[in-house]
Design a protein around this ligand. Structure first.
Ligand code: DP6
Length: 335
């Protein structure tokens, strides 16, 4: 029987307007539209092998040097559930072997599940011999439990609408990566996994007294981001980015029970970025559900931002990333 292998490299993304809260979490129908920039350096490499004979699926974490390790039970369960979902959706049978590797720390607010589940969706469907459109892949990926995976199937700047029907719930590209070469200098202030998953964060949003206010204000903020991208206007984009990131954490901190993603290093980086601006360097911060800070800036600010962050004792490492072209199919098989 034919064994088929597919390998992909899929980038993470950083949300400018955040997905935080769902109308229907089980179906991954978000409460609000979100908009993100797809990254270039923070990647998940994923290889999926499919064999038509039935048997148990296998999940591996590929290490540098080719060694394969068993993942923790929680991660394995999420991957197995998504493989079952893909089998149901495509009518496929048989077994999968999966190996995956991130170029960046997992589960630390760098959207490893977004790139991970987008990569798994793309590699698994290709291993089944299916060539689905990015929209179909986006729709499938969002059901993984990581809604933001829907956005990682496209490069550049990507919007994920909050459609009510399943068919309306795939992401759409709004501008390519060449349109505006923004940089993302990522300050890692924490390497461990975050204490509360995004999934739990989504579950708690309605307990925050400020959630409704957030939803009311979002359309205007989203439009400002869209316009800033269209006009490549960083002075317009930056303040909205920071306001939106703080809003997400305000909702998290005012949920019941509260969620504190920030660490002392987060506040130190936020202060350093304000200082950089006072020195005339264009740079603004954003954070996903984690302690690490993404400093978004135009290319002419990148060196100064990276030098400032690298000199901080609170910052363990700096990743110089930026907008990227999106997923790639590769021949570098991890299995
Ligand atoms: C704060 O439900 O996509 O990053 O991928 O596990 O983080 P994870 O879950 P998901 O929530 C994403 C939350 C966010 C904002 C965003 O990326 O839009």
């Amino acid at each position: 029987m034919t064994r088929r292998v597919a390998s992909v490299a899929v980038p993470s993304n950083i949300a400018f307007i955040k997905y935080w809260g769902a109308r229907d979490l089980a179906r991954a129908i978000p409460s609000n539209r979100s908009l993100s920039m797809t990254l270039r350096e923070c990647l998940t490499y994923c290889t999926v092998e499919h064999t038509p004979e039935p048997g148990p699926d296998e999940i591996w974490l590929a290490q540098d040097g080719g060694r394969l390790l068993r993942p923790g039970p929680e991660f394995a369960a999420r991957v197995l559930a998504h493989l079952d979902r893909l089998r149901r959706r495509t009518g496929a049978t048989g077994r999968f072997r999966v190996a995956t590797r991130n170029t960046f720390p997992s589960a630390a607010g760098l959207a490893s599940s977004a790139s991970g589940f987008a990569a798994l969706t793309l590699a698994a469907t290709r291993a089944l011999g299916l060539e689905l459109s990015p929209r179909e892949l986006s729709s499938l990926a969002r059901r993984s439990g990581s809604g933001s995976a829907a956005r990682s199937l496209f490069g550049g700047y990507v919007e994920w609408p909050a459609g009510r029907r399943d068919a309306e719930c795939h992401a759409v590209p709004v501008a390519g990566h060449e349109h505006w070469r923004l940089c993302d200098v990522i300050a890692l202030v924490e390497r461990g996994p975050k204490e509360v998953s995004s999934l739990d964060g989504h579950r708690r949003v309605r307990t925050s007294p400020y959630f409704r206010t957030r939803l009311r204000r979002l359309p205007e903020r989203l439009e400002a981001v869209r316009e800033a991208i269209r006009a490549r206007d960083f002075a317009r984009l930056g303040p909205v980015l920071e306001e939106e990131a703080i809003d997400l954490h305000l909702i998290a901190m005012s949920s019941r029970p509260p969620i504190f993603y920030w660490q002392p290093g987060t506040l130190a980086v936020l202060a350093a970025v304000r200082e950089l601006r006072r020195d005339g360097i264009a740079a603004y911060s954003t954070m996903d559900a984690g302690a690490n800070v993404h400093v978004i800036c135009p290319p002419e600010s990148e060196a100064a931002v990276a030098a400032r962050l690298e000199a901080m004792p609170e910052v363990g490492a700096v990743i110089r990333d930026g907008v990227g072209p999106g997923p790639e199919v590769t021949e570098d098989h991890l299995l």
